[in-house]
Every structure is written in structure tokens, then in C-alpha cells.
Ligand binder design. Sequence first.
Ligand code: PLP
Ligand code: COI
Length: 371
Amino acid sequence: MATLAEPSLAFTRLPHPSLVPADVRDAALTDPGFGKLFSDHMVSIDWSEGADGIGAWHNATVGPLTAIPLHPAAAVLHYAQEIFEGLKAYRLQDGTMALFRPEANAARFNASAKRLAMPSLPEDLFVEACRQLVAVDRSWFPDVQGGSLYLRPFMIATEAFLGVRPAKQYKFMIIASPAGNYFKSGAPAVSIWVSQYTRAAPGGTGAAKCGGNYAASLVPQAEALERGHDQVVFLDAAEHKWIEELGGMNLYFVFEDGTLLTPPLNGTILPGITRNSLLTLAREEGLTVREEPYSIDQWRADAASGKLLETFACGTAAVVTAVGKVTDPVTGEFTIGTGGPGQLTQRLKARLVAIQRGEAEDTHGWVMRLS
Ligand code: PLP
Ligand code: COI
């Protein structure tokens, strides 16, 4: 079991004048969907650089969820100096709330901050901020199949100036959103559209979780939806040949010889925490997992020959989701396996979910109990 460290900054609790009435909240929680509902509170911590050029975090609060004042010249609005994370709080069988690998999110947050020239946030403070919000809004946990309280930590540059340089003032915040299934249909297998657009180039920001990457993915994702597909898959920028990832998920491929493959972390894809957890679980089962480039042509050929049995996508929001059908606008459509979730996809998903929800032993210390 992961343990909580003593935070490096104390939080002030601001009173909430008008909580959402319990009956309204509970009615909304019966069908939360994804990202539509927000809990009563939010966390906020400010960072500013003093005259001596030294910056510090201060003013840590847990207060009512509310709009934030922002100067029209705030750097985030012009040059997109913004990063975020996504992690879920679960209610374990004994009623305790828990986070899954929050230190990994904290570490990735700081890696993103570094790439976007933003200050790093002590990991203990990131985790404590998550804990504070879950403690105050645990009644927003939706008791539905696959339900969780999705936490969205983020940081924006708030300094008002128009020069192109790193800002000297930032705000870190966390909001919480009760979540059910990520895919509207709760689909057993999703269909994928191969984008002609690229998401990230070598040397760019593909490995950082910054808003700009997602802004760039909106047109290709809309194109996927227009063509009747659930998600877009991006190929590499240089050769437009190597499979990278989906708009918000990493990919795994399962072969008939029992091996798995996932594209390597070469700087253009997000180092997914789910991807990493599944790598560990699969290797623990004695499976061979290769982190190697895999081309779109090979994907099609292996699906056709039967060498490839399954493909699945993984991420915090979508957990583990089978990919059933792929359409390339140039070369056409192909189906993977039966077009539905394969055996290994289901087994790995079940193992991961059981650990996350405290139903299986947490041998890796991934589950952090909060209270
Ligand atoms: N790839 C992208 C582009 C993402 O946005 C996400 C989601 O956070 C992932 C992969 C999966 O990462 P994780 O498993 O840490 O949620
Ligand atoms: C997540 O899985 O947490 C994501 O951030 C994916 C998407 C909602 C952006």
C-alpha cells in the first residue's frame, strides 16, 4: 500500500455557502457520463516569482467550485502555457476512498511542467491536494458500474503580459468530476479512424500532457466521429507509418504466439500510467511484452493473416477498451479478431480494475488509501 507523506504546505478550508442539495446531486450521479458533472469544491494553489527571482507555492485553499478571475492578458490565454493530469478516486469495498498511483501522476505533471517552462509542484503537495478534494467531496462518488471520481489537476500561467517568455505567476487547481463510462455507448469494442493529421513531432510536446496537444487533436477527432468512428489513431509525423497512440489512450497489440507489443516511449506519445501498469501485470503473468514500433501496414497484414488476435486501448478515463475495427481513409477498413473484446484484453482489464477497486491484492503498492 502506498502511504501519504506530510504535505509541505498547509491548506485553508474556505466555507461553501451553497452546496448542491443532496437529492439533486444523487439524482445526477445515477448517470454521470464523463466530464459533465462537477463536485462542490476545488483546490487552488498559487505560485509566484519574487523580486529576488525565486518562486514559491503559497495560498493553498480548498473552497467552493467557482469561476476564477483571469486578466485578459494572462499568458495561458495567448501562448497556451497549460498542463493537466487525470486520475481517478475509487471507493474500495470497505468504503475507504483510494487513489491509483497518484505519485506517478505527480511525477508526470512535473515532467510536463518542465517541458512547458512551468514551475514544478512538490509531489507530496500534488497528492495532498488530491486527498483534500476527495475528503471534502467523497459524496460525489457515483455508485454505478465502473464509477469513479475523476480528478483533473491542472496548472495555468496567470501572469498578465504579452511577451513570449515563461510567466512568473501560475495557478495550480484540481476539480473533481463524477464519472461513469468514457465511451457514450459503453461499447465493448471501439472503432478507430486513422488520421492524416499528426499529433506530435520529434522534439515537440507529444510526451507532455499539455492542453495544446489536445487542441490539435480536435479536428482529427471530429473527423473520426463524422465518419462513424469512436476515436482517432495518430501515426508518426516523420514517415506517417508508425502507430503512435489514440487521442487520449495508448495502444497494445496481442499476437497469436501470446506476446504483446506497445509503441515505445520515444518522446512523441504520452507515457501512460495505465500503459505502464499493464506492462507490469502482463510481464508478471509471464507474457512477453515488446516496446517496439509497429506500422499501420503491419497492423493490417497481421489482422488479415490472423497473427494479430487483439488490439486494445488504455488510459485512465477509458481504462482498457478493445479496438474492433480500423479504417484508413486511403487503404480502407479492417477488423481485428472477432471485432469484439479478446480474451487477454478482458483478463488484463479485470486484473487492473480489481486492484484499483481493492478487490485483488495490491502487490505493487499502487493503491493509496485516503481515509
Ligand atoms: N495518451 C494520451 C494522449 C492521453 O491523453 C492519455 C490519458 O491520460 C493516455 C495516453 C493514457 O494515459 P494514462 O494511462 O496515464 O491515463
Ligand atoms: C485521461 O485518461 O485521464 C485523459 O486525460 C484522457 C482524456 C479525457 C483527455
